[in-house]
Design a protein. Structure first.
Length: 277
């Protein structure tokens, strides 16, 4: 299986620390060495951006020169989605590296998936088509197709979340569907099996990285107004209170915190969703 990393923040925040530890799982501290990628929305001052800067590589994240550059690159963003891959569906190639990126309603959307979807063959009749041959990109294209069909105008984050609550079980019934998705305004996270999140805000404390022999005082990297949420497959630190998402749970993060209440989609409902995709 692959691993996911996402960030949502109130103000443009740095992901360098989290990405440094996370990228080691791409072939160093773990075996996810079949490619990696990261997309982060370049913030326009304090406003979330529409466009994303995007890097993918079929080499392992632990040894990739591009990943090495990004570990020292001053990433400042409201929303970030990253992925390290262990190939299960689709060969090791650039077009199969997550996150995937598409345009909808004049914004970039980015998506990364961890899991397997068995016998998943949705009907695609719009402009969203996969470039590679993963079940993940196929699911992303179908989600965007159905979102576009469901809204005549540009929907709010709340409206998008309601629509996703209806669409996600139609995919999750085919297998494991842990994913992160962002349009620059929010970060959506869905857990079929395993996702964790932590909320960081003032007063910031020292954290101990799990994948690096390193301790970092977050107060040196963040100000009193900063607030951010980190979502990941496995906790990145050993001394923070990571919250395990419930299987079937969909959460949306806005301004560095959980927006409203996450929707819990019971596992039984995921297995018996009646509408075929």
């Amino acid at each position: 299986m692959c691993q996911l990393l996402g960030m949502n923040s109130l103000l443009p925040a740095s992901l360098t620390l989290s990405f440094s530890g996370f990228s080691q799982r791409g072939g160093c501290t773990d075996h996810h060495s079949d490619g990696w990628g990261i997309a982060f929305f370049e913030s326009d001052g304090d406003r979330p951006a529409k466009a994303a800067r995007y890097f993918v590589d079929k080499e392992s994240a632990a040894t990739s020169p591009i990943a090495a550059m990004l570990r020292s690159y001053p990433i400042k963003s409201h929303n970030v989605v990253a992925h390290v891959r262990r190939a299960t569906v689709g060969e090791v190639s650039l077009e199969n590296c997550h996150p995937f990126v598409r345009e909808l309603w004049g914004r970039y959307w980015v998506f990364a998936h961890n899991g397997d979807l068995k016998d998943y063959a949705p009907t695609l009749h719009g402009s969203f088509r996969p470039v590679g041959n993963t079940d993940s990109e196929l699911a992303f294209c179908w989600l965007l197709q159905e979102l576009a069909k469901s809204h005549a105008g540009v929907p709010s984050v709340e409206e998008l979340t309601c629509t996703l609550e209806e669409l996600v079980p139609k995919i999750a019934r085919y297998g494991t569907f842990n994913f992160l998705m962002s349009n620059g305004q929010a970060l959506w996270a869905h857990a079929s099996t395993k996702l964790y999140y932590v909320l960081r805000q003032h007063p910031f404390s020292e954290v101990h990285l799990k994948d690096d022999d390193l301790k970092v005082d977050l107060a040196d990297l963040n100000g009193p107004e900063d607030r951010l949420a980190i979502v990941v497959t496995e906790p990145l630190t050993t001394n923070e209170d990571w919250v395990a998402m419930v299987p079937g749970e969909l959460k949306v993060f806005v301004d560095g915190t959980v927006a409203g209440c996450g929707c819990y989609l019971p596992v039984m409902a995921l297995a018996t969703a009646a509408v075929l995709v």
